[in-house]
Ligand binder design. Structure first.
Ligand SMILES: Cc1cc2nc3c(=O)[nH]c(=O)nc-3n(C[C@H](O)[C@H](O)[C@H](O)COP(=O)(O)OP(=O)(O)OC[C@H]3O[C@@H](n4cnc5c(N)ncnc54)[C@H](O)[C@@H]3O)c2cc1C
Length: 554
């Protein structure tokens, strides 16, 4: 029997995940990817023209590409991407980052374990950090620490309905009570921790999304064997995306680079085909089913009136907000000793985070790349692009390239980062997504990131749309993960594929979808809260309260 065909628009984590699940179930799959390199926002960005004397170009790798222990969907997929000598496929290329560093200008750095202690030394360090927090630097008042713990426990004790209806509409700043607490509470706990959550700002982040993810990260820390922070043991495309693409091709997927979708046709509630620009020609491609795995701002532009009529939520994509998170890599002659994990520059105006990569790449020696003079790379992400810098006084969007590089370097150096002096810095590379300003206009970021602003959940579409043959898979779709991450993209893809399996009456097994972890200890409290919530919820100004079913991702 002829297997149904599926056209996947976009070849990032979501598009590749959807193609993987579909191809394993015998579907005929074509992926249309507009770039010349696979992987979307998770891809490596080779630094153009840096390789000399037969060496490859230097790898451009973002500092924030971390795979927390609570991820389940993505690791499950990674285990199914074969790699010679690796029993668990590319999953075996994930390695733990064992420490997390918090740095402030003029202060001693605070280093804490990034996993459940596995040795006496880590236990000692964890205890010292906890005591240091209480008594010394960073010196968060004990009452504030107790308040913060109470807030997290409140999140854990609350029923799902309360989280969706009440906390979703609060921002994290308000929920965490930051306004009434000390400046250190605001800096470290309200703002600082949410900065680790992908470009989020405490004053805009949904309290439900932010608090729930924060709880997951902390549970990872407390679980024996738990790891808050894992990362890849080499450049992303080398150790994950390229083996994945090879596997998809082996499964029969037609993955087409340089194929840009420019329009989606829709008639009588069905997609009729997509317009594709490829190799200088524009054609229409058709399939039985379509998976849109492009980012929200691209989808927003592709949704025409007919699609909007067929699925009104697609018309609301403009209400979802994106922000900038992007970065710069500093290539160093000598690789100074660095913390084995991420660093958060907690008081940096541009919300910088960094990681020194070479220590995690045993099989990818930078000296064999570029001009052979580089032995270390410090990858730095900038999550705040609208605040004035300390050196230039300008926000990152308004800087020239030179100002941007100098400002980031300055913010790092005054917070104790070594190795960035003129004698050691070989070159700096800013992600090619960033176009620097042509005054008076601000710069452009070709790939902004969705942020889970408070109240945004109800405007987010589901993977299965009311359009018969259109399914959505990207990090903005409603998922249990609910944070714009690779994990959310993968979960959304699984949901889209399950939708196609249902639509085709397939007997193939459904893709596994997991909820986030809920400690059993709090189950009775959550149950009690469900009763209280259903009894006590105010009438919402007379309008019926939204039901949980209307808000869930399913
Ligand atoms: C700097 C940075 C750091 C991050 N750090 C982390 C992290 O540590 N951990 C984590 O889990 N997540 C992280 N994220 C988020 C994560 O990378 C994204 O959420 C995830 O990769 C999104 O995958 P996606 O497939 O939904 O979208 P995308 O990655 O955006 O993929 C969409 C694809 O569609 C293609 N496309 C776009 N338009 C068209 C078109 N018209 N036709 C055809 N193709 C098109 C794009 O080129 C792209 O390949 C980070 C993101 C950034 C920017």
């Amino acid at each position: 029997m002829r297997q149904p065909s599926v056209l996947v628009m976009g070849g990032g984590v979501a598009g590749m995940s959807a193609a993987h699940e579909l191809a394993e179930r015998g579907f005929r799959v074509t992926v249309l990817e507009r770039r010349a390199i696979p992987g979307g926002k998770a891809r490596s960005v080779p630094v153009p023209h840096t390789g000399t004397a037969g060496r490859r170009d230097l790898p451009g790798e973002h500092g924030f590409r971390f795979f927390p222990g609570f991820y389940r969907h993505l690791p499950d997929t990674m285990r199914r991407i074969p790699l010679p000598g690796r029993p668990n496929g590319v999953f075996d290329n994930l390695v733990p980052a064992t420490r997390l560093e918090m740095a402030r200008a003029g202060m001693r750095k605070v280093v804490i374990p990034a996993r459940f202690p596995t040795s006496l030394e880590e236990l000692r360090m964890g205890l010292a950090a906890a005591i240091g927090n209480l008594l010394g630097d960073p010196g968060i008042p004990a009452l504030d620490l107790a308040h913060f713990t109470e807030r997290l426990l409140t999140m854990l004790r609350s029923c799902e309905a309360r989280r969706y209806v009440e906390y979703e509409n609060l921002d994290w700043w308000t929920f965490s009570g930051a306004e009434q607490r000390s400046a250190k509470y605001q800096l470290y706990l309200a703002d600082g921790l949410s900065r680790t959550l992908v470009a989020a700002q405490a004053r805009r982040l949904s309290a439900r999304a932010g608090g729930y993810i924060l709880v997951q990260l902390l549970l990872d820390l407390m679980r024996p064997g738990g790891r808050t922070d894992r990362l890849l043991n080499g450049p992303t495309n080398d150790v994950w995306i390229d083996p994945w693409l090879r596997h998809l091709l082996a499964l029969g997927v037609d993955y087409r680079l340089g194929a840009e979708v420019t329009g989606i046709g829709c008639r009588r509630g069905r997609v009729t085909g997509v317009t594709v620009r490829e190799a200088g020609a524009t054609t229409t491609r058709t399939a039985d089913h379509y998976v849109a795995a492009v980012p929200k701002e691209v989808m927003q532009a592709l949704v025409g009136p007919a699609l909007r009529r067929a699925d009104p939520l697609l018309g609301e994509l403009g209400r979802l907000q994106t922000r900038w998170m992007n970065g710069i890599m500093f290539y160093l002659r000598d690789d100074p000793p660095a913390v084995p994990g991420h660093s958060i520059f907690i008081d940096s105006p541009w919300a910088l985070t960094s990681i020194s990569q070479q220590q995690f790449w045993p099989d990818h020696d930078l000296r064999g790349m570029g001009d052979g003079a580089v032995s270390g790379v410090l990858s730095v992400d900038v999550s705040e692009w609208e605040a004035a810098g300390e050196l230039t006084g300008k926000d990152a969007r308004s800087c020239t390239r030179g100002e941007f590089v100098a400002e980031v370097r300055h913010q790092l150096q005054v917070r104790g980062v070594e190795g960035l002096d003129d004698g050691n810095l070989v070159t700096a590379f800013v992600d090619t997504d960033i176009t620097f300003p042509n005054p008076p206009h601000a710069g452009v970021n070709a790939e902004p990131l969705l942020v889970n602003t408070s109240g945004s959940w109800e405007h987010r579409p589901r993977a299965v749309t009311p359009v018969d043959n259109l399914f959505l898979a990207s990090d903005y779709v409603r998922t249990h993960t609910d944070l714009a991450t690779m994990e959310a993209a993968n979960e959304a893809a699984r949901r889209a594929v399950n939708g196609i399996l249902d639509a085709t009456g397939s007997r193939e097994p459904r893709c596994a979808v997991w909820t986030l972890s809920e400690p059993l200890l709090f189950a009775p409290a959550r149950l009690a809260d469900r009763v209280l919530f259903s009894l006590g919820r105010p009438a919402n100004g007379g309008a019926p309260a939204p039901t949980l079913a209307s808000l869930s991702p399913d």
